[in-house]
Design a protein around this ligand. Structure first.
Ligand SMILES: [Zn+2]
Length: 358
């Protein structure tokens, strides 16, 4: 091109001075030269046309728009816009990408994040989010790990889940069943079948999250002994409400503190009734006396007077003194002392209204 232009100028000057026999070659040269100039103009014009707008976004916000030539790179655009980058900022497309087909450049500013993983805290400056940030920190999650991120995306924590499995002998707890009996009072309770725990061989799987046991599962593989269900019989009958008698008792009466229906039996001092304790003396040391001595449960202290209206015509006017105990005398039971075994047998066993005196 330069050579041709040189020729053109030479010829142009010389052409006027030394006119050749024909104009033809000079005309060709002039046309060629004009075309060359036009080409140059077009080239510059198209180069100018090739400039286009590129938007620059920082963290999703448009901060600048630049007009740049197509052959520029992303780095050139940022330099032209005066947009500064820190070492850990992210840029898309990459800095060395040609801007030719790009109309938007995104910058993701780096932020400080903390990743808690297996008890360690990793601090990191990154423009990446989620798993990208983890990879940058060199943290790779296992299948059973789970990631949680706080609201502003700066605190990551990875929960590591582990499972252990062992074979153990486990206890199979027995169940309990209640059988109702409408012939007995509500406070009646009797164990018909003793409950018994069983045992089994089981695979016990324990799940740990960050080293803390959170779940245990048992898979029974073999039963060693089956548990026995406890069966308890309970009474359902309402205990009748007894009005305290409005009477003055023959031998030293007193106010009534408690009234109820007691299951009253009888005994004497014989070996049949008292076994090894058949010496005629009560648990208080006092001699057992008919119409005085009564055996009561431990909940009623020695010396307590008990009025039993059934005996109101007896010499004691129905008032007994607690002087004795008995292995079988529990809860609602009382045992009245008689001088003879015959008399005790005659009395038998009765549900009687009784009043504990103060
Ligand atoms: Zn007896």
């Amino acid at each position: 091109m330069k050579y041709r232009l040189y020729i053109f100028f030479n010829n142009w000057q010389e052409g006027y001075r030394f006119d050749d026999e024909t104009n033809k070659p000079r005309t060709v040269k002039i046309v060629a030269s004009l075309a060359a100039v036009c080409c140059l103009c077009l080239f510059v014009f198209f180069a100018f046309l090739n400039r286009h707008d590129v938007d620059i976004y920082v963290d999703g916000k448009n901060v600048a728009t630049c007009k740049v030539p197509s052959q520029a790179t992303v780095a050139d655009v940022l330099m032209q816009a005066g947009t500064e980058l820190s070492y850990n900022d992210g840029v898309y497309p990459a800095l060395d990408s040609k801007i030719k087909n790009v109309s938007r450049v995104d910058i993701f500013r780096a932020r400080e994040i903390a990743i808690t993983y297996q008890g360690e805290v990793y601090l990191l400056s990154t423009s990446l989010a989620g798993y990208g940030a983890l990879r940058q920190a060199g943290v790779y999650l296992g299948d059973s790990d789970s990631l949680s991120v706080n609201n502003d995306g700066t605190q990551f924590s990875v929960a590591t889940e582990e499972k252990t499995e062992e074979t153990q002998v486990i206890v199979l707890a027995h169940e309990s069943q209640t059988k109702e009996n409408n012939q007995e009072y509500k406070d009646y309770k009797k164990i018909l079948t003793e409950g018994k725990d069983g045992s089994a061989v089981a695979t016990v799987t324990t799940t740990y999250i960050n080293g803390q046991a959170v779940k245990t599962e048992q898979l029974i593989t073999e039963i060693i002994s089956t548990p026995v269900t406890e069966v308890v019989e309970v009474g359902t009958k309402e205990r009748p409400v007894i009005k305290p008698p409005n009477v003055t008792y023959a031998s030293g009466g007193g106010a009534v503190s408690r009234s109820y229906i007691a299951n009253v039996s009888a005994y004497c001092a014989c070996p049949i009734c008292c076994g090894i304790y058949s010496n005629g003396y009560t648990a208080t040391g006092a001699k057992a006396t008919q119409y005085v001595t009564i055996a009561a449960p431990r909940s009623i202290p020695f010396g307590t007077r008990i009025y039993i209206p059934y005996f109101k015509d007896a010499p004691n006017g129905g008032i007994f003194v607690v002087q004795d105990r008995g292995g079988a005398i529990t809860n609602n039971r009382l045992d009245v002392y008689f001088d003879s075994h015959r008399a005790a047998l005659n009395f038998g066993r009765k549900n009687l209204e009784v009043h504990i005196l103060e």
